[in-house]
Design a protein around this ligand. Structure first.
Ligand code: HEC
Ligand code: HEC
Length: 284
């Protein structure tokens, strides 16, 4: 009996266990099962507690980051402002005598217009800040807008589609409000004192909106009392539609219709006739 027992483990175990009664053996098995179950529950609890702890550590940090993300853009904007604008517009947007006007109350609309079209930062003083390739990226323009808006306040820009206005209504409003300076189809024109109203051909939707809201240079401000948001969208639709059209019949001649075309016929056509008449007369 003892020789085969030493040859394999299982019979040995049985022999060791054999010293206990079958009842206590069953109890021990049940106890170890309970222990395993307890260990499982304990593990689960630990995992839950750990998850909770991790969540409580990271979630508030995330929330704090979210609430400060506005001021992150603003802070970045402040840095850009300090670097590029402060010499002319002052420490607190109040303006600097003889250099640049106050930016308090001009709002993000004006900042978008001036910086996006490259007028600002101004390089040298002249009759009119020229538009040139923008110095700042779109993101930086956003940051400057956030900074000026938060510290100076003023008109804000809309988002979404700006061309959903009524086309015919837009044409009417454009001729009424804008054509005196920008010409009938927005081709621009000269104003007094070396200033000029630029062509609107290259202006994007938001620039047109921002121009109306902020009224740069000689241009009047068209606040929402003068032109409702709906009116502004109609005008934008008109301006962009006119510039999207090709000239199928040759030169556009200012696109003013029969009057301009008649003028061309008068000057060129009658000029050619006169030339022919005088030429024949001088031969005779
Ligand atoms: C060299 C001086 C100078 C610098 C630098 C300069 N500006 Fe200006 N800014 C002016 C002057 C002068 C005007 C007004 C004349 C004009 O609009 O052409 C003006 C006008 C503006 C306006 C329009 C204000 C209004 O009444 O609507 C805004 C907005 C503006 N600047 C923003 C900026 C920002 C943003 C920067 C920096 C990125 C900047 N400027 C840098 C001189 C400067
Ligand atoms: C009294 C003349 C005048 C009237 C009226 C006027 N503008 Fe202007 N507009 C200007 C001048 C001047 C500028 C150039 C401003 C500058 O360079 O800072 C300008 C600039 C603009 C620009 C910027 C163009 C670009 O690409 O840089 C847009 C867009 C514009 N105007 C749209 C309009 C619209 C739309 C209306 C009618 C609701 C209108 N303007 C009425 C004089 C006028």
């Amino acid at each position: 009996m003892s020789i085969p027992n030493t040859q394999s483990d299982a019979p040995l175990d049985e022999a060791a266990a054999g010293q206990e009664s079958p009842v206590s053996r069953a109890r021990a098995r049940r106890r170890s099962k309970q222990r395993r179950r307890l260990a499982n529950v304990g593990g689960l609890m630990a995992a839950l507690v750990l998850t909770g702890a991790l969540y409580s550590v990271f979630a508030p940090a995330q929330a704090a980051e979210d609430s400060s993300s506005m001021s992150t853009a603003e802070a970045a904007g402040r840095d850009l402002y300090t670097r590029s604008c402060i010499t002319c517009h002052g420490d607190n947007l109040e303006g600097v005598e003889g250099r640049g006007p106050s930016l308090i109350g001009v709002g993000e609309a004006s900042v978008y217009f001036q910086v996006h079209t490259g007028r600002m930062p101004l390089v040298r003083q002249e009759a009119q800040a020229p538009d040139k390739p923008a110095v700042f990226s779109d993101k930086e323009v956003d940051q400057l807008m956030a900074y000026v808006q938060a510290n100076g306040g003023g008109p804000t820009l809309p988002s979404g589609d700006l061309r959903d206005g009524d086309l015919a209504e837009g044409g009417e409003l454009f001729r009424l409000n804008c054509a005196s300076c920008h010409n009938f189809v927005g081709e621009g024109g000269a104003l007094s004192s070396g200033k000029m109203a630029p062509s609107l051909a290259d202006a994007d939707d938001l620039t047109i909106y921002a121009a109306m809201l902020s009224g740069p240079e000689n241009m009047p401000v068209f606040g929402d009392n003068q032109l409702t948001a709906e009116d502004k969208r109609s005008i934008i639709n008109y301006v962009q539609t006119v510039h999207g059209q090709a000239d199928p019949g040759g030169a556009g001649v200012g696109r003013m219709g029969p009057v301009a075309e008649g003028l061309v016929i008068w000057v060129v056509g009658v000029g050619a006739l006169m030339f022919g008449i005088f030429w024949m007369g001088s031969k005779a």
